[in-house]
Design a protein around this ligand. Sequence first.
Ligand code: GLN
Length: 236
Amino acid sequence: MAVGVLALQGSFKEHIVALKKLGVEAVEVRKPEQLNGLAGLIIPGGESTTMAKLAEEYKLIPALKEFANGGKPVWGTCAGLIFLADKAVGQKAGGQALLGGLDCTVHRNFFGSQLNSFEAELPAPAALTELGGSENFRAVFIRAPAIVEAGPDVDVLAAVELRSGEFGASSVKEKKVAQTEEKGTKVIVAVRQGNLLATAFHPELTSDSRWHSLFLKMIPKSGKADENQRVKEEAE
Ligand code: GLN
C-alpha cells in the first residue's frame, strides 16, 4: 500500500517522514499519473494560491478531483484544507482554484499573518484518543485558516477557543467569530466528511503521529476486502 503526498510546494517532506515512521510507503505526487494505484493522498500546508496555480500548471486538478470524488481518502492540512473546501473567503481568496468536495467555507488566514502563528494544546477527539496517548494534542497553527461554516455531513473533530483580544479582535474578526461560534468563542479547525479529513494545523510538525494514524485508518484494508464486503452486503 502506498500513500501519496502532493509535492508541489509546502511541508510535503515532513508528511513523508511521518508516514515512513509508521511503516507506510510514501510517494511524492507531481503528475496526474502518479495518483494511479495510491491508497490515499495528503495535501500539505504551504500557500494555497501558489499550490492551486502549480496544480493547474501541472494539469493535476481533474485527476485530484477524480481521486477524491472516487472515494479515496484525502487529508488536507492547512493550505490543503483550503484546497479541499467548497468555498474560501478572506484575503485574495476569490481567484484561486479549489478542488472542493468538503462542504465547508474556509477563511484563508483566519488567525492573521505569520506573526499570529501559534501553538495550542487542544482536547483530542475520540477518534484520536481511541489510538491511545494523551487526552490532548498539540496543534501548530501557521498563518492558519479556520472553518467558518460547515455543512450537515461534516463531523467536527477539533475547535479552538478564541480568547478576546488574542488574535487582534478587529471588528471584522469579531463579526467572523460571531458568525461561527455556537457556544463560547470557538472556531472549527479539524473536520471529517466521509473520505475527506481536513486540519487547519500541522500534525506533521509534531511528534504525535495519531493524526497520521487516524488518516491511515480511513484507508480500506485492501481492495479485495472491500470487494468481499460489497458482495457480502449485497447477499444479505
Ligand atoms: N493561509 C495559508 C494559505 O492561504 C495557508 C498556511 C499554511 O498552509 N501554513 O495558503
